[in-house]
Write a protein that binds this ligand. Structure first.
Ligand code: PRP
Ligand code: URA
Length: 209
């Protein structure tokens, strides 16, 4: 069964409180999504393997540790996942970025795929799928399935806000995928929006409503 990590770090919780506010501007919303992704990335990469190296300082030889050549990729689910990419790339400048375009059908709430482009060696990479919202879990589950069809074996899911329904869906469909969220909210409403959530993440990042 996948692990669920809920980030209770004060910096993340503070930023999340501003993000949720309906009066927060598009500019601030965008900045906060990126900052939260950066902080979450720090924790979600905690298990990266290290190797020992010797480094000559001006004084002596130091025994140091560096990331041991692990190949990583981050995969945002378009559109809203794009808002999390820059913060993560700031932390991992050489990371490869794949894109999956999905939108939820407004009536059925089922994900509809419109774009898919991965690094050529995606099956060799450790992947972090990113999307601010994990609601029914349909979009994230479909995205993970597409990646597995492509040979991906090590996948994590990082979302800003999740809910019990979305988490249960990923645990059922992909028990091997660990889930990272900054909050697990109460439930979904009749339109499958997270309650209390923050509204439509894509619209708030891109100012389309
Ligand atoms: C939102 C969100 C997720 C999805 C979550 O995207 O960014 O991708 O809904 O819902 P689910 O867990 O029920 O699938 P949306 O479909 O609104 O598209 P957008 O990012 O282009 O706005
Ligand atoms: N997508 C969003 O952007 N927000 C929700 O609450 C649910 C799905």
């Amino acid at each position: 069964m996948s692990n669920v990590v809920v980030f209770d770090h004060p910096l993340i919780q503070h930023k999340l409180s501003v993000l949720r506010d309906k009066n927060t501007s598009v500019k601030v919303f965008r900045e906060l999504i990126s900052e939260i992704a950066k902080l979450m990335c720090y924790e979600a990469t905690r298990d990266l393997p290290l190797e020992e190296i010797k480094v000559e300082t001006p004084v002596a030889v130091a025994t140091c540790h560096r990331i041991s050549g692990k190949k990583l990729a981050i995969v945002p689910i378009l559109r809203a996942g794009l808002g999390m990419v820059d913060g993560m790339v700031d932390m991992m400048p050489n990371v490869k970025v794949g894109h999956i375009g999905l939108f939820r059908d407004p009536t059925t709430h089922e994900p509809v795929k419109y774009y898919y482009k991965m690094p050529a060696d995606i099956e060799e990479r450790d992947i972090i799928v990113v999307d601010p919202m994990l609601a029914t879990g349909g979009s994230a589950s479909a995205a993970i399935s597409f990646l597995k069809d492509d040979g991906a074996k090590h996948i994590k899911l990082m979302c800003v806000i999740g809910c019990p329904e979305g988490i249960a869906r990923i645990q059922k469909d992909h028990p091997d995928v660990n889930i990272y969220v900054a909050a697990c909210d109460e439930c979904l409403n009749e339109n499958c929006y997270i309650v209390p959530g923050l509204g439509d993440a894509g619209d708030r990042i891109f100012g389309t409503k």
